[in-house]
Design a protein around this ligand. Sequence first.
Ligand code: FES
Ligand code: FES
Length: 171
Amino acid sequence: MPAYTLTVNGERRTVEAAEDTPLLWVIRDLLNLTGTKYGCGAGLCRACTVHLDGEASFSCQIPIAAVGAKRVTTIEGLSPDRSHPLQQAWIEEDVPQCGYCQPGQIMSAAALLARTPAPSDDQIDDWMKTNLCRCGTYNRIRSAIQRAAAARADAKVGTRSDAHDEEPSHG
Ligand code: FES
Ligand code: FES
């Protein structure tokens, strides 16, 4: 079987797999990163969402041979200690019910906030509408994304304020 070297969560990992092996199974079975979930296997539920170069992608639909040099980020790579604003917001809003869809939801939400830091409810609903949740946690997901966006905005204001305080005087 051919060998592929991937960059996953910032680490170079080499695996042997048939060229048509879906990235999802490489992540779960060969790299033991089981946070990424299998739902439909057909590109319909987004339970398997990871980032490829920051873009939300269905890992069940991407053969390993197509990954190339793209950086793969899984839910395990979002932060080492659950400190990402989305993870904090998910905890504070008590979003999950069974939890199965939630890694994919969070990875999609992270891609949304990377391109739209302060999304409206409509933008959230439009972006997240293809991430299916059988438990119907959609309202809490929306609230958590708004909470994370606000937390990030607050953090940026704090950073700017600190930076201003530290500016050298020209007097
Ligand atoms: S498992 Fe990939 S889209 Fe459903
Ligand atoms: S929390 Fe159960 S499927 Fe979404």
